[in-house]
Design a protein around this ligand. Structure first.
Ligand SMILES: *Cc1c(COP(=O)(O)O)cnc(C)c1O
Length: 367
Protein backbone atom coordinates (compact mmCIF):
# COMPACT_ATOMS: atom_id res chain seq x y z
CA UNK A 1 0.00 0.00 0.00
CA UNK A 2 1.11 3.58 -0.65
CA UNK A 3 0.46 6.54 1.65
CA UNK A 4 1.51 9.65 -0.27
CA UNK A 5 2.49 12.89 1.42
CA UNK A 6 1.18 15.41 -1.12
CA UNK A 7 -2.59 15.50 -1.54
CA UNK A 8 -2.68 18.27 -4.14
CA UNK A 9 -4.07 16.07 -6.89
CA UNK A 10 -7.06 15.25 -4.71
CA UNK A 11 -7.45 18.79 -3.42
CA UNK A 12 -8.30 20.09 -6.90
CA UNK A 13 -9.64 16.97 -8.60
CA UNK A 14 -13.25 17.98 -8.27
CA UNK A 15 -13.49 21.65 -8.99
CA UNK A 16 -15.59 22.25 -12.10
CA UNK A 17 -17.23 25.24 -10.43
CA UNK A 18 -13.82 26.76 -9.75
CA UNK A 19 -12.96 26.44 -13.44
CA UNK A 20 -16.23 28.17 -14.25
CA UNK A 21 -15.34 30.99 -11.82
CA UNK A 22 -11.91 31.36 -13.38
CA UNK A 23 -13.37 31.52 -16.86
CA UNK A 24 -15.70 34.31 -15.81
CA UNK A 25 -12.84 36.08 -14.05
CA UNK A 26 -10.48 35.94 -17.04
CA UNK A 27 -13.18 37.55 -19.19
CA UNK A 28 -13.22 40.58 -16.85
CA UNK A 29 -9.51 41.37 -17.21
CA UNK A 30 -9.56 42.53 -13.58
CA UNK A 31 -6.13 40.99 -12.90
CA UNK A 32 -4.32 43.43 -10.61
CA UNK A 33 -5.72 44.30 -7.17
CA UNK A 34 -9.07 43.22 -8.56
CA UNK A 35 -12.51 42.75 -7.00
CA UNK A 36 -11.95 39.05 -6.28
CA UNK A 37 -8.88 39.96 -4.22
CA UNK A 38 -10.84 42.46 -2.15
CA UNK A 39 -13.47 39.78 -1.59
CA UNK A 40 -10.82 37.26 -0.54
CA UNK A 41 -9.23 39.71 1.90
CA UNK A 42 -12.59 40.50 3.44
CA UNK A 43 -13.48 36.83 3.82
CA UNK A 44 -10.07 35.92 5.20
CA UNK A 45 -10.24 38.68 7.83
CA UNK A 46 -13.70 37.43 8.75
CA UNK A 47 -12.53 33.82 9.05
CA UNK A 48 -9.64 34.74 11.35
CA UNK A 49 -11.55 37.44 13.22
CA UNK A 50 -9.49 40.54 12.47
CA UNK A 51 -10.63 43.86 11.04
CA UNK A 52 -8.32 43.72 8.04
CA UNK A 53 -6.36 41.39 5.80
CA UNK A 54 -3.88 42.29 3.05
CA UNK A 55 -3.00 39.81 0.28
CA UNK A 56 0.68 39.63 -0.70
CA UNK A 57 3.02 37.59 -2.86
CA UNK A 58 3.95 34.89 -0.35
CA UNK A 59 4.05 33.98 3.32
CA UNK A 60 7.64 35.18 3.36
CA UNK A 61 6.53 38.59 2.12
CA UNK A 62 3.70 38.63 4.63
CA UNK A 63 6.40 38.49 7.33
CA UNK A 64 8.81 40.83 5.55
CA UNK A 65 6.27 43.56 4.83
CA UNK A 66 4.90 43.38 8.38
CA UNK A 67 8.39 43.75 9.83
CA UNK A 68 9.17 46.56 7.39
CA UNK A 69 5.97 48.36 8.35
CA UNK A 70 7.10 48.26 12.00
CA UNK A 71 10.39 49.87 11.01
CA UNK A 72 12.60 46.79 11.33
CA UNK A 73 15.80 47.35 9.38
CA UNK A 74 19.58 47.15 9.29
CA UNK A 75 21.23 45.73 12.43
CA UNK A 76 17.97 45.48 14.37
CA UNK A 77 17.40 42.26 16.29
CA UNK A 78 14.33 40.10 15.82
CA UNK A 79 13.67 37.29 18.29
CA UNK A 80 12.36 34.09 16.73
CA UNK A 81 12.34 30.28 17.04
CA UNK A 82 15.51 28.19 16.61
CA UNK A 83 13.59 25.62 14.59
CA UNK A 84 11.46 27.05 11.85
CA UNK A 85 11.13 26.96 8.10
CA UNK A 86 13.84 29.03 6.41
CA UNK A 87 11.31 31.68 5.30
CA UNK A 88 10.91 33.18 8.79
CA UNK A 89 14.61 33.87 8.92
CA UNK A 90 14.74 34.93 5.25
CA UNK A 91 12.18 37.66 5.92
CA UNK A 92 14.28 38.98 8.81
CA UNK A 93 17.64 38.89 7.04
CA UNK A 94 16.25 40.41 3.83
CA UNK A 95 15.67 43.59 5.82
CA UNK A 96 19.25 43.52 7.10
CA UNK A 97 18.11 42.56 10.59
CA UNK A 98 19.56 39.79 12.74
CA UNK A 99 17.60 36.74 13.90
CA UNK A 100 18.03 36.04 17.62
CA UNK A 101 16.99 32.47 18.29
CA UNK A 102 15.10 30.98 21.20
CA UNK A 103 14.96 27.24 21.86
CA UNK A 104 11.64 25.48 21.43
CA UNK A 105 9.80 23.15 23.79
CA UNK A 106 7.97 19.91 23.04
CA UNK A 107 5.18 21.84 21.29
CA UNK A 108 7.78 22.74 18.61
CA UNK A 109 7.23 26.44 19.31
CA UNK A 110 9.63 28.82 21.02
CA UNK A 111 9.82 28.52 24.78
CA UNK A 112 8.30 31.77 26.01
CA UNK A 113 10.18 31.50 29.32
CA UNK A 114 13.45 32.04 27.46
CA UNK A 115 12.43 35.21 25.60
CA UNK A 116 13.21 37.85 28.23
CA UNK A 117 16.88 36.92 28.48
CA UNK A 118 17.25 37.53 24.72
CA UNK A 119 15.92 41.09 24.77
CA UNK A 120 18.49 43.83 24.19
CA UNK A 121 18.29 47.51 23.27
CA UNK A 122 18.40 46.44 19.63
CA UNK A 123 15.37 44.13 19.84
CA UNK A 124 12.80 45.55 17.45
CA UNK A 125 10.27 42.74 17.17
CA UNK A 126 9.38 39.20 18.31
CA UNK A 127 8.30 36.67 15.68
CA UNK A 128 6.83 33.56 17.32
CA UNK A 129 6.34 30.71 14.85
CA UNK A 130 3.20 28.65 15.38
CA UNK A 131 5.08 25.67 14.04
CA UNK A 132 3.38 22.49 12.76
CA UNK A 133 -0.07 23.88 13.61
CA UNK A 134 0.61 24.32 17.33
CA UNK A 135 0.47 27.75 18.94
CA UNK A 136 3.28 29.57 20.70
CA UNK A 137 2.12 30.27 24.24
CA UNK A 138 0.73 33.70 23.35
CA UNK A 139 -0.92 34.74 26.66
CA UNK A 140 2.54 34.86 28.26
CA UNK A 141 4.38 36.20 25.21
CA UNK A 142 1.97 39.16 24.92
CA UNK A 143 2.72 40.05 28.55
CA UNK A 144 6.40 40.27 27.70
CA UNK A 145 5.58 42.25 24.55
CA UNK A 146 3.61 44.78 26.62
CA UNK A 147 6.18 44.99 29.42
CA UNK A 148 9.08 45.76 27.07
CA UNK A 149 6.96 47.49 24.40
CA UNK A 150 8.26 45.22 21.68
CA UNK A 151 5.70 44.38 19.00
CA UNK A 152 4.88 40.81 17.97
CA UNK A 153 4.38 39.59 14.41
CA UNK A 154 2.99 36.04 14.39
CA UNK A 155 4.32 33.58 11.85
CA UNK A 156 1.01 31.76 11.45
CA UNK A 157 1.91 30.20 8.09
CA UNK A 158 1.41 26.67 9.45
CA UNK A 159 -1.40 27.44 11.84
CA UNK A 160 -4.46 28.76 10.06
CA UNK A 161 -7.42 28.39 12.49
CA UNK A 162 -5.14 27.31 15.34
CA UNK A 163 -6.22 28.71 18.73
CA UNK A 164 -5.31 29.18 22.37
CA UNK A 165 -8.20 29.78 24.78
CA UNK A 166 -10.48 30.22 21.76
CA UNK A 167 -8.36 33.06 20.33
CA UNK A 168 -6.99 32.41 16.86
CA UNK A 169 -3.49 32.52 15.43
CA UNK A 170 -3.00 35.83 13.68
CA UNK A 171 -5.11 37.83 16.15
CA UNK A 172 -2.67 38.11 19.08
CA UNK A 173 0.18 40.24 17.77
CA UNK A 174 0.33 43.45 15.75
CA UNK A 175 -0.09 41.30 12.66
CA UNK A 176 -0.30 37.66 11.60
CA UNK A 177 1.46 36.28 8.53
CA UNK A 178 -0.16 33.44 6.55
CA UNK A 179 1.04 31.47 3.54
CA UNK A 180 -1.15 30.20 0.70
CA UNK A 181 1.67 28.11 -0.80
CA UNK A 182 0.50 24.79 -2.32
CA UNK A 183 1.96 22.88 0.66
CA UNK A 184 0.01 24.83 3.28
CA UNK A 185 -3.39 23.96 4.73
CA UNK A 186 -5.18 26.56 2.59
CA UNK A 187 -3.45 26.50 -0.76
CA UNK A 188 -3.72 28.32 -4.05
CA UNK A 189 -2.06 27.42 -7.36
CA UNK A 190 1.14 29.37 -6.90
CA UNK A 191 2.87 31.40 -4.22
CA UNK A 192 0.64 33.60 -2.15
CA UNK A 193 0.35 35.07 1.32
CA UNK A 194 -1.90 37.23 3.45
CA UNK A 195 -1.48 39.43 6.53
CA UNK A 196 -4.13 39.89 9.24
CA UNK A 197 -4.26 42.91 11.53
CA UNK A 198 -6.62 45.01 13.64
CA UNK A 199 -4.44 48.12 13.33
CA UNK A 200 -5.77 50.58 10.77
CA UNK A 201 -2.49 52.46 10.42
CA UNK A 202 -0.56 49.26 9.84
CA UNK A 203 -3.22 48.10 7.36
CA UNK A 204 -2.85 51.27 5.29
CA UNK A 205 0.92 51.05 5.43
CA UNK A 206 0.88 47.40 4.29
CA UNK A 207 -1.35 48.27 1.33
CA UNK A 208 1.18 50.89 0.25
CA UNK A 209 4.17 48.60 0.82
CA UNK A 210 2.81 45.77 -1.32
CA UNK A 211 2.13 48.05 -4.28
CA UNK A 212 5.33 50.09 -4.79
CA UNK A 213 4.29 52.61 -2.15
CA UNK A 214 1.69 54.00 -4.55
CA UNK A 215 -1.28 55.77 -3.00
CA UNK A 216 -2.68 56.31 -6.47
CA UNK A 217 -1.45 55.97 -10.03
CA UNK A 218 0.78 59.05 -9.85
CA UNK A 219 1.78 59.34 -6.20
CA UNK A 220 4.58 57.34 -4.58
CA UNK A 221 4.22 57.84 -0.82
CA UNK A 222 6.95 55.52 0.43
CA UNK A 223 9.51 53.09 -0.95
CA UNK A 224 7.68 49.82 -1.37
CA UNK A 225 7.70 46.45 -3.08
CA UNK A 226 5.91 44.64 -5.86
CA UNK A 227 4.20 42.09 -3.65
CA UNK A 228 0.55 41.83 -4.56
CA UNK A 229 -1.44 38.63 -4.25
CA UNK A 230 -2.55 37.75 -7.79
CA UNK A 231 -6.26 38.26 -8.22
CA UNK A 232 -6.32 34.98 -10.19
CA UNK A 233 -5.09 33.19 -7.06
CA UNK A 234 -7.68 35.04 -5.00
CA UNK A 235 -10.36 33.36 -7.16
CA UNK A 236 -8.86 30.00 -6.16
CA UNK A 237 -8.72 31.21 -2.55
CA UNK A 238 -12.36 32.28 -2.62
CA UNK A 239 -13.33 28.80 -3.77
CA UNK A 240 -11.30 27.08 -1.04
CA UNK A 241 -11.86 29.38 1.93
CA UNK A 242 -15.40 28.16 2.74
CA UNK A 243 -13.85 24.70 3.25
CA UNK A 244 -11.18 25.94 5.70
CA UNK A 245 -12.95 24.96 8.91
CA UNK A 246 -13.80 21.52 7.59
CA UNK A 247 -10.20 20.98 6.51
CA UNK A 248 -8.91 21.89 9.98
CA UNK A 249 -11.49 19.65 11.63
CA UNK A 250 -10.59 16.63 9.49
CA UNK A 251 -6.89 17.08 10.22
CA UNK A 252 -7.67 17.23 13.94
CA UNK A 253 -9.77 14.08 13.66
CA UNK A 254 -6.96 12.25 11.86
CA UNK A 255 -4.42 13.39 14.44
CA UNK A 256 -6.63 12.27 17.32
CA UNK A 257 -6.99 8.88 15.67
CA UNK A 258 -3.21 8.54 15.28
CA UNK A 259 -2.71 9.71 18.88
CA UNK A 260 -5.13 7.12 20.21
CA UNK A 261 -3.31 4.18 18.64
CA UNK A 262 0.29 5.37 18.41
CA UNK A 263 0.27 6.28 22.13
CA UNK A 264 -0.16 2.56 22.87
CA UNK A 265 3.25 1.85 21.36
CA UNK A 266 5.94 2.09 24.03
CA UNK A 267 8.60 3.44 21.70
CA UNK A 268 6.42 6.36 20.55
CA UNK A 269 5.87 9.53 22.56
CA UNK A 270 3.04 11.87 21.68
CA UNK A 271 3.83 15.58 22.18
CA UNK A 272 1.75 17.42 24.80
CA UNK A 273 -1.84 18.16 23.76
CA UNK A 274 -2.94 20.98 26.08
CA UNK A 275 -6.73 21.22 26.38
CA UNK A 276 -6.79 24.98 25.80
CA UNK A 277 -4.95 24.63 22.47
CA UNK A 278 -6.59 23.99 19.13
CA UNK A 279 -3.79 22.39 17.14
CA UNK A 280 -4.51 22.29 13.39
CA UNK A 281 -1.81 19.76 12.42
CA UNK A 282 -0.20 21.26 9.38
CA UNK A 283 2.35 18.61 10.34
CA UNK A 284 1.61 15.56 12.46
CA UNK A 285 4.82 14.84 14.39
CA UNK A 286 5.58 12.33 17.14
CA UNK A 287 8.76 11.37 18.98
CA UNK A 288 10.08 7.95 18.01
CA UNK A 289 12.82 5.71 19.37
CA UNK A 290 15.19 4.47 16.72
CA UNK A 291 13.79 7.13 14.40
CA UNK A 292 16.16 6.72 11.45
CA UNK A 293 15.37 3.02 11.11
CA UNK A 294 11.65 3.65 11.55
CA UNK A 295 11.75 6.28 8.82
CA UNK A 296 13.54 3.91 6.46
CA UNK A 297 11.09 1.13 7.26
CA UNK A 298 8.08 3.38 6.59
CA UNK A 299 9.52 4.56 3.27
CA UNK A 300 10.18 0.97 2.27
CA UNK A 301 6.58 0.12 3.13
CA UNK A 302 5.29 2.93 0.90
CA UNK A 303 4.56 5.55 3.57
CA UNK A 304 5.98 8.97 2.71
CA UNK A 305 7.04 9.92 6.24
CA UNK A 306 9.34 12.93 6.66
CA UNK A 307 11.48 14.81 9.19
CA UNK A 308 10.81 18.52 9.89
CA UNK A 309 13.72 19.19 10.08
CA UNK A 310 16.87 17.08 10.29
CA UNK A 311 19.04 20.24 10.51
CA UNK A 312 17.49 23.10 12.48
CA UNK A 313 17.52 26.56 10.94
CA UNK A 314 20.03 27.94 13.43
CA UNK A 315 22.65 25.39 12.32
CA UNK A 316 22.28 26.01 8.58
CA UNK A 317 25.25 27.19 6.58
CA UNK A 318 23.54 30.50 5.82
CA UNK A 319 23.60 31.29 9.56
CA UNK A 320 27.35 30.77 9.93
CA UNK A 321 27.96 34.43 10.76
CA UNK A 322 25.94 34.03 13.98
CA UNK A 323 28.52 31.48 15.18
CA UNK A 324 26.03 29.08 16.73
CA UNK A 325 27.03 25.52 17.40
CA UNK A 326 25.30 22.23 18.08
CA UNK A 327 24.11 22.29 21.69
CA UNK A 328 23.14 25.97 21.80
CA UNK A 329 19.47 25.02 21.64
CA UNK A 330 19.32 21.61 23.30
CA UNK A 331 15.61 20.90 22.97
CA UNK A 332 15.61 21.73 19.28
CA UNK A 333 18.73 19.61 18.89
CA UNK A 334 17.25 16.62 20.68
CA UNK A 335 14.14 16.82 18.50
CA UNK A 336 16.14 16.42 15.30
CA UNK A 337 17.01 12.87 16.42
CA UNK A 338 13.55 11.67 17.35
CA UNK A 339 10.88 13.52 15.37
CA UNK A 340 8.98 11.87 12.54
CA UNK A 341 6.15 13.35 10.45
CA UNK A 342 3.30 11.24 9.09
CA UNK A 343 0.75 12.32 6.45
CA UNK A 344 -2.30 13.73 8.26
CA UNK A 345 -4.23 15.69 5.64
CA UNK A 346 -7.97 15.82 5.06
CA UNK A 347 -7.88 13.49 2.04
CA UNK A 348 -6.47 10.43 3.84
CA UNK A 349 -8.73 7.43 4.21
CA UNK A 350 -9.21 5.41 7.40
CA UNK A 351 -7.48 2.58 5.57
CA UNK A 352 -4.39 4.69 5.03
CA UNK A 353 -4.31 5.87 8.65
CA UNK A 354 -4.64 2.28 9.84
CA UNK A 355 -1.85 1.22 7.54
CA UNK A 356 0.48 3.84 9.03
CA UNK A 357 -0.37 2.71 12.56
CA UNK A 358 0.04 -0.96 11.66
CA UNK A 359 3.39 -0.33 10.00
CA UNK A 360 4.81 1.54 13.01
CA UNK A 361 3.58 -1.23 15.31
CA UNK A 362 5.15 -3.86 13.07
CA UNK A 363 8.48 -2.07 13.04
CA UNK A 364 8.84 -2.10 16.81
CA UNK A 365 7.48 -5.63 17.16
CA UNK A 366 10.27 -6.79 14.85
CA UNK A 367 13.12 -4.83 16.38
C1 LIG B 1 5.61 28.27 4.53
C2 LIG B 1 6.15 29.07 5.63
C3 LIG B 1 6.54 30.40 5.48
C4 LIG B 1 6.60 31.13 4.18
O1 LIG B 1 5.63 30.93 3.29
P1 LIG B 1 5.84 31.04 1.71
O2 LIG B 1 4.45 31.31 1.26
O3 LIG B 1 6.40 29.75 1.24
O4 LIG B 1 6.75 32.19 1.43
C5 LIG B 1 6.97 31.09 6.60
N1 LIG B 1 7.04 30.50 7.80
C6 LIG B 1 6.69 29.22 7.99
C7 LIG B 1 6.77 28.63 9.35
C8 LIG B 1 6.26 28.45 6.92
O5 LIG B 1 5.95 27.16 7.10
Amino acid sequence: MKVRYSYLKQQFSNCDNLWANLKKFVATGDFTLGKELLKFEKNFAKLIGTKYAVGVNSGTDALKLSLKALGVGYKDEVITAANTFVATVGAITELGAKPVYVDCDDTFCLNVKQVQEKITRKTKCIVPVHFTGYMTYMPELMKISKKYRIPVIEDACQSILGEINGKKAGTWGKAGAFSLHPLKNINVWSDGGIITTNDNKLFKNLKLLRNHGLSNRDTVKINGYNSRLDTFQAVVGNWLLPKAKKIALQRIKNANYYDKYLSKINEIDIPPRPKNFKIVYHLYIVFAENRDSLLKYCLKKGIEAKVHYPVPMYLQESQRNLKHKWGDFPVTDSHTKKIITFPCDQHLSKKELNYVIKTVRQFYAKS
